[in-house]
Ligand binder design. Structure first.
Ligand SMILES: O=C(O)COP(=O)(O)O
Ligand SMILES: [Mg+2]
Length: 215
């Protein structure tokens, strides 16, 4: 059976925090609120754009405004890579996985439109059999339904799939869907979020770990 590696996007495939940081701070500063530093923003990523803004506004003692989410998502930095790039080693790791017969999908809590645009702007869009965004299905990670729907959209089978992600939401979605997850140590989540999942120190570990999980 054809094996499918399902990548999380922000913090796993691409280092998008610098662009998210810049766009978020523009929204805050335009409203007279203090900006955040990059590590603080990395710690707020993982549950989608709306929750990111709720956390950022909440941290400044302000209620979330729906209008701010529209401004944030319309910011070019969210969908056009300016500071964003694939993490070092991702491209060669995908090349060797593809040679070993793996196909790829993306399961991200970022809304699907910006996720697709971002991957296209990096020249990566064509590498994925499916891109499941945070608003593509009725549920999103950590709900396993998001991962299962993405696998189905890719024409894959959960029994031949592996998730790779940098957040507890990725680990829990995979556990709920009954498939293994590799935790990406290069991402934004602290290692405790692996919750016992095998940890890849670098993308170059992925071919070996994925093969061990679905040999
Ligand atoms: O947009 C987010 O908060 C998280 O996105 P991810 O699921 O690709 O990490
Ligand atoms: Mg992530």
């Amino acid at each position: 059976m054809e094996r499918l590696l399902v990548f999380d996007l922000d913090g796993t495939l691409v280092d998008s925090a610098p662009d998210i940081h810049a766009a978020l701070n523009r929204v805050l500063v335009a409203r007279g609120l203090a900006p955040y530093d990059l590590p603080a923003v990395k710690a707020m990523i993982g549950d989608g754009a709306r929750v990111l803004l709720e956390r950022a506004f909440g941290g400044r003692g302000q209620a979330f405004e729906a209008a701010a989410l529209d401004v944030f998502l319309a910011d070019e930095d969210i969908s056009q890579a300016r500071l964003t790039a694939p993490f070092p080693g991702i491209a060669p790791a995908m090349d060797s996985l593809a040679e070993a017969g793996w196909r790829f999908a993306v399961c991200t809590n970022k809304p699907e439109g910006p996720a697709r645009a971002l991957l296209a702007s990096l020249g990566l869009g064509g590498r994925f059999a499916a891109i499941g965004g945070g608003d593509s299905f009725p549920v999103r990670k950590p709900d396993p339904g998001h991962l299962l729907a993405t696998i189905a959209a890719a024409g894959g089978k959960p029994g031949a799939a592996v998730m790779v992600g940098d957040h507890r939401n990725d680990v829990r979605a995979a556990a709920g869907a009954g498939l293994p997850c590799i935790f990406a140590a290069w991402g934004y989540g602290p290692h405790e979020m692996a919750e016992g999942a095998p940890i890849a120190a670098a993308p170059s570990d992925l071919p070996r770990l994925a093969a061990a999980l679905r040999g």
